[in-house]
Design a protein around this ligand. Structure first.
Ligand SMILES: [Zn+2]
Ligand SMILES: [Zn+2]
Length: 345
């Protein structure tokens, strides 16, 4: 008899429905995880709105997952039942030129668990042993789920490769922007300015170490950053929204010779940006795609108490409340930053 499990799907824009999905038997190198916590990502929200550029509805959601291993396949050697783990939710081909050199985030056939039918808002999740990472003893399951978004930010800051003492600007005030703020400070950024539109989130950013914050609806953030940097601009900037305006601002806020890193996902994939600024200011724009070997770095930071992942979690919901959890994040001027669904804790 096939076992089944309830799993949250986005079935129409704004609508979550639980479906009974099969729980297939484990392959020899797979593990079965009792999911404890799954957190909601910005990309889940793009899907929830029905506006993710590479996803069609209906589709299961949720990829920030932590839980306890309760069963292992016959050939599993890296982990065992009882291990507390974070899930790295990618699926790669292992055969393309990028996989072969270890750049699996650039895999020509990259996919994610949820795109192959396995979302994270479910009590049982199956992953290959290579994609589960043991949590440090000090870390909660909530922090475990948050290793995924922090890994995105660790990767983005590594892409930016700041030099000790550089100044930075972050465009966005969501969870990714807040984690970039934490990671940038660890990477030796001396001053970091954060531009957003939600005053509550901006106030939190100040608490978490931002040198200055600016509400872009009230003040031009580029002017604000110029004023705070002696008219020069910042050496590094990060775009963590995914709209034209903030991308242009991230470029305009740069000091000559600076580098901007694009992390946000654009619902509208083609936007116009000023082209000459690249040459005039000799600036660069880099993309940052997910993570590769960044879970290990993030877990090291978590284990050594260098990052506080759960600080940004403002709301927790129960397993049956996935719809409410998404609705809260979609509210204009939401009081939420990061929202967690406690599945079995
Ligand atoms: Zn995520
Ligand atoms: Zn590949």
């Amino acid at each position: 008899m096939t076992r089944t499990r309830p799993m949250a799907f986005v079935t129409a824009p704004g609508k979550i429905e639980f479906r009974d999905e099969p729980l297939p038997p484990l392959n020899p190198t797979e593990v079965l995880i009792s999911v404890k916590v799954t957190t909601i990502c910005g990309s889940d929200l793009h899907i929830f709105k029905g506006k993710h550029p590479s996803v069609e509805l209906p589709i299961p959601v949720g990829h920030e997952i932590a839980g306890e291993i309760i069963e292992v396949g016959a050939e599993v050697t890296m982990v065992e039942p009882g291990d507390r783990v974070a899930v790295e939710p990618v699926l790669v081909c292992d055969a393309c030129a990028f996989c072969q050199r270890g750049d699996y985030h650039l895999c020509n056939n990259i996919s994610f668990q949820y795109r192959r039918g396995q979302g994270g808002f479910t009590p049982w999740f199956i992953a290959d042993q290579r994609w589960v990472h043991r949590l440090p003893e000090s870390a909660s399951y909530l922090e475990g789920a948050l290793v995924e978004p922090m890994s995105v930010c660790v990767h983005a800051v590594r892409r930016a490769a700041p030099t000790l003492g550089d100044r930075a600007a972050i465009f966005g005030d969501g969870a990714i922007a807040q984690y970039i703020l934490q990671a940038a400070q660890l990477a030796g950024i001396s001053s970091v300015y954060l531009a957003g539109i939600n005053d509550l989130r901006l106030a939190k950013a100040l608490e978490w170490g931002a040198t200055g914050v600016v509400n872009s609806l009230q003040t031009d953030p580029v002017v604000f950053i110029q004023e705070h940097t002696g008219g020069l601009g910042v050496e590094r900037s990060f775009e963590a929204v995914g709209i034209r305006q903030t991308l242009v601002q991230a470029l305009q806020a740069l000091k000559k010779g600076g580098t901007s890193v694009l992390v946000g996902l654009f619902e509208q994939p083609e936007v116009t940006i000023p082209a000459n600024i690249f040459v005039h200011k000799e600036i660069g724009l880099l993309g940052s795609q997910g993570y590769a070997w960044d879970f290990q770095r993030t877990l090291e930071l978590v284990g050594n108490g260098r990052v506080q992942l759960d600080a940004i979690v403002t709301h927790q919901f129960g397993f049956g409340e996935v719809q409410q959890a998404f609705d809260l994040l979609m509210q204009p001027n939401t009081p939420a930053i990061k929202v967690a669904v406690m599945i079995d804790e």
